[in-house]
Design a protein around this ligand. Structure first.
Ligand code: FE2
Length: 359
């Protein structure tokens, strides 16, 4: 079965390469913009570990309320270089950032392949994510109806989701996409709806050296697309679907463009769960997908334990290749947060929990 899947997706890749040639995308003009990277010194990571408060976390809301305290402790321990890069991410001056070298607890529990674990067992890693998100003014959120209404997500290969196209899957590839593209992006109104995540953060707890997180920067994709295609992608001629992470029966959510400007006029994307509604949309979406899944433009980011990858979810796409889980307690395990800018109370879902917004 796995072999069949492997060949099936190799076939799709070959087809995409052939289409790419047929449409003559100019990869010679492609530049793969590098992703900003910071390395914590031994002293910095020691200081962060020593200063983190190790607060009791009996619930997600208790953890969420500790963000400011964690941020104060981490800010005192990190260099201006790390801090300034986080501010560049906040101001959209960079689309992604890797900070390497956080210290993790000496004894991590086995990878929770059912996606559940008591918060006390991952208190330190949680505090790192809570504090770093707060330092660049990102509020951690979950989306009602997804991830069991939690904001803390364990990216692990779940036995129940082997062939699921989600962060709990493993045998199906995750092609380039943004998360929750059915929600507003860029300058689209967020009066009635909560926005798609502005940021995603993944902290590596256990790593597989041959299972990187792939990241494609929108600016690199736009650099090789013909301007007429970009114009088509700005039109509301695409049906955008709620992703399968919200469960079966995902419905058409909106007719919308794939590219939307932000407040500075630079473009954001909602690529990943769209269907074209006419031939113009079909042509434009095909070319965008080819470029967004091209190895020429893909950064393969390996997260070792203690490494943190932060991306602007509306300016970068991400994905993952297939892999075979072992279920021996040592499988790949990333701790994931979504973050929004300028959190508003009206985004709260009927649960009336500040971290759980409408999905
Ligand atoms: Fe995703």
């Amino acid at each position: 079965m796995q072999l069949i899947l492997f060949w099936k997706f190799r076939g799709i890749l070959n087809l995409m390469n052939a289409l790419s040639k047929a449409f003559s995308l100019n990869y010679s003009a492609a530049k793969k913009t590098s992703i900003a990277e910071c390395f914590l010194t031994y002293k910095e990571s020691e200081l962060i570990d020593a200063n983190l408060p190790v607060l009791e976390k009996r619930s997600e809301i208790e953890a969420w309320n500790q963000a400011k305290t964690c941020a104060e402790k981490i800010r005192k321990s990190i260099s201006d270089d790390v801090f300034n890069n986080l501010q560049k991410l906040r101001k959209s001056e960079i689309p992604a950032l890797v900070i390497r070298g956080f210290q993790l607890p000496k004894k991590l529990p086995p990878t929770p392949i059912d996606g559940r674990i008591s918060l006390e067992k991952i208190s330190g890693p949680l505090e790192i994510l809570l504090g770093i998100f707060d330092i660049f003014d990102a509020t951690p959120v979950g989306y009602a109806g997804e991830n069991e209404d939690c904001f803390i997500r364990h990216v692990v290969p779940s036995k129940l989701a082997l062939e699921e196209v989600s962060s709990h899957g493993s045998l199906m590839p995750l092609n380039s996409h943004i998360d929750n593209p059915h929600l507003p992006i860029g300058v689209e109104s967020c009066e009635e709806e909560s926005p798609a995540p502005n940021y995603i953060g993944w902290l590596g707890l256990r790593c597989e050296l041959d299972v990187p997180t792939s990241v494609v920067l929108l600016e690199d994709v736009l650099a090789i697309l013909p301007s007429a295609v970009i114009d088509s992608l700005k039109k509301p001629i695409f049906e955008i679907y709620r992703p399968p992470s919200f469960g079966a029966g995902a419905t058409n959510q909106r007719l919308a463009p794939i590219l939307v400007p932000d407040h500075t006029g630079k473009l954001c994307t909602r690529h990943g769960f769209a269907e074209p509604t006419n031939s113009e949309a079909s042509h434009a979406l095909s070319l965008f997908s080819i470029a967004a899944n091209s190895s020429d433009l893909t950064h393969q980011v390996i997260l070792r334990p203690g490494d943190l990858l932060l991306i602007n979810n509306q300016k970068c796409m991400h994905g993952r290749d297939v892999f075979q889980p072992r279920y021996d307690g040592t499988d790949r395990w990333l701790l994931r947060f979504y973050g929004v800018q300028n959190w508003r109370p009206q985004w709260m879902s009927s649960h009336q929990l500040p971290y759980l917004v409408k999905g």
